[in-house]
Design a protein around this ligand. Structure first.
Ligand code: GRF
Length: 201
């Protein structure tokens, strides 16, 4: 196992970080033994997920929102830490194209809808669930995809869905979908990484 290429993950957050926690807890239970969360990057210095990172001795990096070219020092930091892959988990900033190009095919995102439905600009958080309920959809769910320059448009790695009950509201749906997210993200990353490790890095 020693010569197995390692996955050094950075997780990007802006808020609660419940997906960060779900992935990290899986790893603490021995899941993805070839991978580690090396860094948590936040666009928001008050993100609750930063406390989780600090309490679990994971290094953190806070983006300087005042800096127009914020992605360049971040890229530098990721390189210094030899980060191989990035998982976005509630990260609320759009990554510049040059940043995506640098990590092309190695940035992943989880989105709270069944893409391609309810994705793109303005479709985040509660807005997604409100639109789903308003349109009387009979199912919803979440999607893990590879990040490309188009918002929520990259190749889909996995989806998980649920049936919407007649008494569901945007708030109840948000809770149910988030639970699905916590079950989907780590196994999807694992399957993806294992395919790559099988072919060597
Ligand atoms: C999740 O619903 C995710 O799909 C979306 O942002 C939310 C992040 O939640 N991209 P958390 O910060 O992981 O709790």
């Amino acid at each position: 196992m020693n010569d197995t290429p390692r996955v050094k993950l950075a997780i990007f957050i802006s808020g609660n970080g419940s997906n960060l926690k779900a992935i990290h807890q899986e790893m603490l239970n021995g899941f993805m033994p070839y991978a580690s969360i090396e860094l948590v990057v936040s666009s928001n210095q008050k993100a609750a997920g930063l406390n989780y990172a600090k309490n679990n001795s994971i290094e953190t990096y806070i983006i300087n929102q005042q800096d127009q070219g914020w992605d360049l020092p971040l890229l530098n930091h990721l390189e210094t830490n030899k980060i191989t892959d990035i998982a976005l988990a509630g990260f609320m900033k759009v990554l510049p194209k040059r940043f995506i190009d640098h990590f092309i095919g190695r940035i992943y995102n989880i989105h709270p809808s069944l893409l391609p439905k309810y994705g793109g600009k303005g479709m985040y958080g509660q807005h997604v669930h409100e639109a789903v309920i308003k349109n009387k959809e009979c199912k919803s769910g979440c999607t893990v995809h590879i990040v490309t320059a188009g918002i929520d448009e990259g190749p889909i790695l996995a989806q998980s869905s649920l049936i919407i009950e007649s008494n569901d509201t945007a708030a109840s749906l948000a809770i149910k979908v988030l639970e699905l997210e916590h079950q989907l993200y780590a196994p999807t990353l694992d399957a993806h990484f294992r395919k790559r490790i099988g072919k060597r890095l």
